[in-house]
Every structure is written in C-alpha cells, then in structure tokens.
Design a protein around this ligand. Structure first.
Ligand SMILES: [Zn+2]
Length: 308
C-alpha cells in the first residue's frame, strides 16, 4: 500500500500523544530517512522504496518539547527549518501574531487599512488575504493595530538559541533556513527577496557554525509563493535542497529546488493514512465543492482585484 517515497511537513505540534501515534504509524509503514539518505538517492548511490523524510517548519517551541524527545527516543531523523532572527531576537512570526490578534476589531482594522472585503470573517480568510501583501505592509498593519488597540503582549513561542544548538548537536536533525521574516517571497522586490534568503542562510550558518544546505520556502506554494528568482538565490548560497508545500510523491526527476511535501496537522491516523496513500488526489477530493474558498482561489482573486 505504501509503495511511494515522500516528504512530510509538520508545523507546531501541540499534542505529544498525537505526535507519538503518528510517528509510530509512520515508522511501521515507511523507512524513515534522513536528508543525507535522500541526497544519496538523488545522486543514484542508494535505492529508496517506501521511504519518508519528516520535516518541521518554523521552529515552534513545541518542536523542542513535544517532537524532539520522541525523535531521540525512537532515533528518527528529521529536518527543521527556522528563521534565525526570530530566534535570536525572540520575535513571533507575523502569521502567528495575526492568529493571536484575530478578533472583530482586527478584521475591521484590516478592512480599513487595506480595503480588503473580509466576507467570512475567518482567520483563514484574513491570513490568506494578507498573504497577497509585502512584508512591510503586513508589519504596518500589525504595528498600527497594536498602537490602536493595545492587545495583551504575546508571549515568545518559538525555540530558544540554546535549544536550537542542542537540536543541532544531536546529529539527528538537519537544520535549514526559512527566511528572516517569513514573507511571501514572490510578493517582494528582487532585493528584498534576495536579502530574506541570503541573510537567513548566513545567519543560521554563523549561529550553528556549519554550512546548511537545505531550505524551506515560507508558505511554499510553487509560483504563488516563490519562483525561479528565489531558486537562483538559493543555488548561489550553496543550498542543494529546497522544499515546497506542493502535495506530491517524490520522483527522481523532480526539481531539487522545489521538493514536494505532504502536510500533516492534527489528522486522525485514519485520515493521515488516506492523505498519504492518495497523495495529490487527496487535494482534489478535499476541494470538491469549495470553489472560491481554497487558499489559492482566495489569493488569486485578490491578485485579479488589484489588477482590475
Ligand atoms: Zn513557515
């Protein structure tokens, strides 16, 4: 049944019991590989069947508390993608701030600042509409919201520098960069996109005193979130593997600067199994009847409105 190779993508993992169940399920059904083994496969030096690489984006504190102890316990390799300034400056990501601030006031503020029509008043809609903006515009919305409404201070929610170093030292987790501010790179100017990528790699390498070779694009949808411009910056920086969030199985002829990943959030084992077996067909079934409500359609509509 599980005869394909794939990469799985997780973000924050709030429930360690769920994580352990998923890890044991994956461990029973796949060979859980490291990025070095994936590298050997791409180079034609190793055969892979029924193999799976686990990746975790953003470096949320739950990676250290809920995931890393399990990876160590079962000796499961993984990749972690982090934004170095977020960790050294103890900042929170913009999309997590939006989640924290989300309220009727925030929706009104967003509408008045950008003229967005927010019909569903949902966090999903707000966040996806904001993904059509440049990072400076997003931070201005957040700054003016904070000035006007004085929300309660948001606690720092990512891993610390010491934790990052401990994870790195374990040798079990390959750490790669994930930009400085988590912008939608395709929205940014040439210079900003370049700085976001180059500085995040340089700062990460310096922090861990090593040469990183992997990267995950923020949000990760090919064309919509990144393109050949970003891939060229990564090649220039010595990155060999860059991960997207396009849901597909692995094949040897895929672009190593757009490696597909299947996302898991908090699915039951049954649903996770279905998602992993169906691969890209899962998205097709999931989106039936959701015309205009998927992330891609929400964002493409905004692009159309801006042009029109
Ligand atoms: Zn991310």
């Amino acid at each position: 049944m599980f005869d394909r190779n794939l990469v799985i993508n997780f973000h924050a993992v709030e429930d360690p019991v769920w994580m352990e169940k998923i890890l044991l399920f994956l461990d029973r059904n796949y060979k859980l590989i490291s990025i070095e083994e994936l590298d050997e496969w791409f180079k034609g030096k190793a055969k892979l069947t029924n193999s799976c690489l686990l990746t975790f984006d953003d470096g949320h504190r739950t990676f250290f508390s809920n995931v890393f102890p399990l990876l160590t316990k079962y000796r499961i390799p993984a990749c972690l993608f982090v934004s170095p300034d977020i960790i050294t400056k103890q900042e929170n990501f913009w999309f997590r701030k939006v989640q924290y601030y989300f309220s009727p006031d925030f929706v009104k503020h967003l509408q008045s600042q950008n003229g967005f029509s927010i019909e569903k008043n949902s966090l999903y809609e707000c966040r996806n509409k904001m993904k059509s903006l440049k990072y400076v515009e997003i931070s201005e919305i957040l700054r003016t919201y904070e000035d006007k409404f004085h929300p309660a201070l948001m606690e720092y929610e990512n891993i610390t520098q010491e934790q990052l170093k401990e994870i790195h030292k374990s040798g079990l987790v390959n750490i790669g960069a994930h930009t400085i501010n988590h912008p939608i790179l395709a929205n940014e100017s040439y210079e900003t996109s370049k700085t976001e990528i180059v500085e995040s790699i340089e700062k990460l390498n310096e922090l861990l005193n090593y040469q990183s070779f992997s990267f995950a694009y923020p949000n990760g949808i090919p064309e919509l979130d990144f393109g050949s411009r970003e891939q060229a910056f990564l090649k220039m920086m010595g990155i060999r593997y860059a991960f997207s969030t396009r849901n597909m199985f692995l094949s040897k002829d895929i672009d190593k600067y757009s490696i597909p990943r299947t996302g898991l959030v908090d699915e039951t084992i049954g649903k996770a199994k279905l998602k992993l077996v169906l691969g890209p067909a899962w998205d097709f079934f999931k989106n039936i009847g959701k015309v205009g409500e998927t992330e891609i359609s929400i964002r493409q509509n905004i692009v159309q409105q801006r042009k029109g």
